[in-house]
Design a binder for this molecule. Structure first.
Ligand code: URA
Length: 210
């Protein structure tokens, strides 16, 4: 079993995350930083993808060289904030298939409600990366993974930018088989389920809504 939580502490990730946290960072800059960080998260989270040696010819010689093996990846964006990570990851893994799950958080109960679900037909032959910038209470991530497990992917990893300790604990109580990759684990949740110190509402900061 993989490590349950991997904190991606690469200096470039941490530097860019600090810029994203700052309240004066503009919407355009926030989006750009999220895309840049997502490339780096994708790099780390795909570190152990299976490889196969394939015969090739360079302009000078025949040789064998490593390539990704198998059906590869499906990326699942939890709408709407997952879109920012998805866009960045697709720059690095352009041939990945993509699915979307739409869950909004009921502001009173802080519980997720599904409003959209669409994934590729061949998910069961692929390794799945689920992306959402914020794992706060963990309720959305828990519900998304329950739903996505119904599609029987080969494996599942959950990738976020920031997590709260409460969210990670709740998530792994429900899904001890799904490793989480995050750039940072913050202090705690506030009474509205926002991460402190956090970066605010990721969707609002990405899209310029309030
Ligand atoms: N979603 C966000 O966008 N921010 C938080 O702090 C928590 C959930």
């Amino acid at each position: 079993m993989d490590k349950l939580v991997t904190r991606i502490d690469h200096p470039l990730v941490q530097h860019k995350l600090t810029l994203m946290r700052q309240k004066e960072t503009s919407t355009a800059k926030f989006r750009q930083l999220l895309e840049e960080i997502s490339l780096l998260l994708a790099y780390e989270v795909t570190r152990e993808l299976p490889m196969a040696m394939v015969p090739i010819e360079t302009p000078f010689a025949a040789t064998t060289s490593p390539m990704l093996a198998g059906k590869k990846l499906v990326l699942i964006s939890i709408m709407r904030a997952g879109q920012g990570i998805l866009d960045g990851m697709l720059k690095l893994i352009p041939s990945a298939r993509v699915g979307h799950i739409g869950l909004y958080r009921d502001p009173r109960m802080l519980m997720p409600v599904e409003y959209y679900f669409r994934v590729p037909d061949d998910v069961s032959e692929r390794d799945m990366l689920i992306v959402d910038p914020m794992m706060a209470t963990g309720n959305t991530a828990i519900a998304a993974v329950h739903r996505l497990k119904e599609t029987r992917p080969q494996s599942i990893k959950f990738v976020c930018l920031l997590a709260a300790p409460e969210g990670i604990k709740a998530f792994h109580e429900e899904h001890p088989d799904v490793p989480v990759f995050t750039a940072a684990i913050d202090d705690k949740l506030d009474e509205h389920g926002y991460i402190l110190p956090g970066l605010g509402d990721a969707g609002d900061r990405m899209f310029g809504t309030q």
